[in-house]
Design a binder for this molecule. Structure first.
Ligand code: GRG
Length: 281
C-alpha cells in the first residue's frame, strides 16, 4: 500500500473526485436553476469527509489507487445526500441559517422553493448514481439498502425530526446520544460500511464498532467546536448538557475506543483509518 495517511489520501483523491462530481451534475441536470442550485452547495466548501472515508476504506481493503474511480458513483451519492441534508437543515422552517461554511445558505442565494428542490434533486440523484454504477448488482443493492436505512426515516431524517420537535426542552443524555447517532453518526457509519461491502470485505464487528465510535465522535467534536457561540446557547448539545470538560473526556474515549476496534480488524490495512482519528485532535 503506497498511501499511508488519511490526509495524504484526501489530498491525492480530492481534485479528481471534485471534477467527477461537477462534470456529472453539470451533464445530467438540464434545468438551469436546479443545476446551479445543486452545484452551488456541492461546491460551497465541504470537506468531503464522508466520500473520502468511503474511498479510504475501499483502498484499505486492497483496491488499487488506479481503480478507485470505479467507486466514485457511490462515494458521490453519499456526498449528495450529505449536501441535501445541509440545504434542508438551513431552511427557515428548520435551523434557519443564513450562512453555511461562510457562504450564503442555499435558500438565501436561490430562495426557499429552489433550495427545497435542490435538496430533493440531490437526494434522488444519489440513488440514480448508485443504480447506474458499474459495480456488481449485489454491491449496488447493498449500497442502496444501507444508505436508505441510515439516511432516511430510520436514521438521519428521524434524528432531524426529533431535533426540530424537541428543540424547546432539554433532552436527557440517552436521548441526546440517540439524536446524535441518527442525525450525524448514521451517515458516517454508512460511508465506512458501504466502503467495506463494495470492496468485498467481510464486515466485522470491529469495523462496525470503529464506524459507530467515529460517527458519534464527529458530532461531539462539532458540539465542542460550536460551544459558547450565540446560536449554540439553547441547543441540545453535549457541552450544554454535561459540560465542556466531560464532553472532551467523552470525545477522547470515543477516539480511544475507535482506535482499539480498528486495530483488531483482520485482512485490512489500518493506516488510513488510524490516521483519520487525527481529525479529532
Ligand atoms: C434535513 C433530513 C435532514 C437532516 C439534516 C446533517 C443534519 C441533519 C444537520 C446538520 C446539523 C449539523 C451541523 C450537524 C453537525 C455535524 C455535521 C453534519 C457537520 C457538518 O459536516 P461536515 O463538517 O460538513 O462534514 P462539510 O461542510 O465539511 O461538508
Amino acid at each position: 500500500m503506497d498511501i499511508k495517511d488519511f490526509t495524504e489520501f484526501h489530498e491525492e483523491l480530492l481534485p479528481e473526485f471534485n471534477k467527477f462530481l461537477n462534470d456529472k451534475i453539470a451533464s445530467e441536470i438540464k434545468q438551469p436553476t436546479l443545476r446551479d442550485a445543486m452545484l452551488y452547495s456541492v461546491n460551497a466548501g465541504g470537506k468531503r469527509v464522508r466520500p473520502m472515508l468511503m474511498l479510504a476504506v475501499v483502498y484499505s481493503c486492497g483496491v488499487k489507487r488506479e481503480n478507485l474511480s470505479d467507486y466514485f458513483d457511490i462515494a458521490g451519492a453519499i456526498e449528495l445526500i450529505h449536501t441535501y441534508s445541509l440545504i434542508h437543515d438551513d431552511l427557515p422552517e428548520m435551523d434557519n441559517d443564513d450562512y453555511r461554511r461562510g457562504k450564503l445558505s442555499n435558500h438565501k442565494k436561490f430562495g426557499t422553493g429552489p433550495a427545497v428542490l435542490a435538496g430533493d434533486g440531490l437526494l434522488t440523484q444519489a440513488f440514480y448514481w448508485i443504480a447506474k454504477s458499474n459495480l456488481d448488482t449485489s454491491k449496488r443493492m447493498a449500497a442502496v439498502r444501507i444508505l436508505a436505512h441510515n439516511a432516511g426515516p430510520m436514521g438521519m431524517v428521524a434524528g432531524q425530526m426529533t431535533d426540530i420537535t424537541k428543540e424547546d426542552r432539554q433532552l436527557t443524555e440517552a436521548e441526546l446520544t440517540e439524536l446524535h447517532r441518527q442525525k450525524t453518526a448514521d451517515l458516517i457509519v454508512v460511508s465506512i460500511t458501504i466502503g467495506a461491502f463494495c470492496a468485498d470485505h467481510d464486515l466485522s464487528k470491529n469495523l462496525v464498532d470503529y464506524a459507530n465510535k467515529v460517527g458519534l465522535a464527529f458530532q461531539v467534536k462539532d458540539d465542542l467546536d460550536d460551544y459558547g457561540t450565540a446560536e449554540d446557547e439553547d441547543k441540545n448539545t453535549f457541552p450544554n448538557l454535561i459540560g465542556k470538560d466531560a464532553t472532551e473526556d467523552r470525545l477522547r474515549n470515543l477516539v480511544k475506543d475507535a482506535l482499539n476496534a480498528v486495530l483488531k480488524e483482520q485482512k485490512f490495512d489500518k493506516n488510513l483509518m488510524v490516521s483519520f482519528l487525527n481529525y479529532f485532535k
